[in-house]
Design a protein around this ligand. Structure first.
Ligand SMILES: [Zn+2]
Length: 146
């Protein structure tokens, strides 16, 4: 009687060849609205709509789940710049209210719009570098995406 003795493979995290992903480089490339992997292909097809994949390296962008995080981060960043500036100017110069409103509201609006796309790109780059959601090609396929 012949028995088959197949070699048992134990899959551990070290056994799988894992591509190194630099978090800061990926976030920097995303902030420049470029592909987090190659840094060349465009990340966005519209203002806040990501492309389906990279035109240079083919990285699939659809697994990202940036959701509302870029908007929250923009609020924090712009708030931490505008509010201290407003307080400092009010304390030292006390300009007229109409002048403050005519200055601070457009400044806040424009800087928020200017930061929204780069911050979303950085968030997508972070998710890719950390293999979050569908960016992990070694994840078991039976786990549904969150
Ligand atoms: Zn790419």
């Amino acid at each position: 009687m012949e028995t088959m003795n197949a070699a048992t493979t134990v899959w551990t995290r070290d056994a799988v060849q894992i591509e190194k992903r630099d978090v800061w480089a990926a976030m920097r490339r995303g902030f420049r609205c470029r592909c987090p992997r190659c840094g060349e292909g465009k990340l966005f097809r519209a203002f806040l709509k990501t492309a389906s994949n990279c035109s240079k390296c083919g990285l699939d962008f659809t697994p990202h789940r940036a959701d509302d995080l870029p908007a929250y981060l923009v609020i924090v960043i712009v708030g931490h710049i505008v509010v201290p500036a407003v307080l400092w100017i009010e304390t030292n110069y006390s300009p007229a209210v109409w002048l403050q409103l005519a200055t601070y509201l457009p400044l806040t609006f424009v800087s928020s719009l200017a930061l929204l796309q780069p911050v979303k790109g950085a968030v997508v780059g972070l998710q890719w570098a950390l293999r979050m959601h569908g960016f992990d090609e070694n994840a078991p396929s039976d786990i549904p995406p969150v």
